[in-house]
Design a protein around this ligand. Sequence first.
Ligand code: XUL
Ligand code: MN
Length: 344
Amino acid sequence: MPGEFKFTFGPWNIHEGADPFGPPVRKSLLFADKLGLYKKLGFDGVQFHDDDAVPELNDLSAAQITEQAEAVRKQLKDHGLVAEFVAPRLWEDPRTIDGAYTSNDPECREYARRRSRQAIDIARTLDTKLIVLWLAREGTYLREAKDSKVAVERLVEAINDMLEYDSEIRIAIEPKPNEPMDQAYIPTTGHALALGMLTVDSSRVGVNIESAHALLAGLDPSDEMGFALAHGKLWSVHLNDQNGLKFDEDRSFGAVDLRRALNQVRILDVHGYGTKGEMVGLDVKALRTQKDEDATRHLSNSRTMFLRLLEISRDLDGARLELLRASRDYEELDLYIMQSLIGE
Ligand code: XUL
Ligand code: MN
């Protein structure tokens, strides 16, 4: 039954190709033009950073922020799209250089908390109750720069602040072990869920799992997803792929390791991901070498691979799998999976 999953991506996934070593190599598309591409590419929803929806929001009043967010809500409606989540962008402003919620400077921490409340206002206007927190700079380049116990307490205070600001929002933490920091405080799903347990309402703190981030932590993305699913906490995913432990490559889903991708699709499908409104986010980036006219293929390719792997997963013979497990014939199981992947 392919088609029951709803797919999303963020405007940042259509990208000009700049990297830390070189300038943009493709033309910028206006947000309005990007919106026009979603349905054509087979996508149903948009993931937002707060300033994807309301640019330069630090310079705007609360009324101006709401007015601009309302205009975006209308644009979404016109395109038949929904907002999946809003994520406060807490890594570009000078006040977030040394971290946002965990900065050693109280004024910077206050800025981060105010900005997070603004992101919640935007989310409410866009009709989503999901906030994603990628804790980009909440970590250190060197251990002595911050106190890790105090840092966790500050993360809890910041999350409490958001939960208390709006009694309906849910927060999905997107763990990542490194980049831009040497060492992040919340590197894995386990850390994110344990952090949620310390907050005033752990029932409203879950996770957004990104394949590449799990791989950078040396973990298997499908097992991370299984862990979150067992807790009822998998509220969003950022599927992509990654060639080893280099940098966050955001490769197209399945591009490096088809079997690893199959296992992610399978764990999601078998356990009903999507049946409570969860969406399949594809946090993928076009290769820098890609030309303007074909710079959205990574998105449609990733979706195509998800749906193809879904078919393969659903075609697996459940009884045969059970028999192979029961007889502990994992060599035969290995071959069965590989043959399924190559279409034999
Ligand atoms: C960073 C990352 C972000 C978040 C959204 O590595 O994945 O795009 O997904 O803030
Ligand atoms: Mn991501």
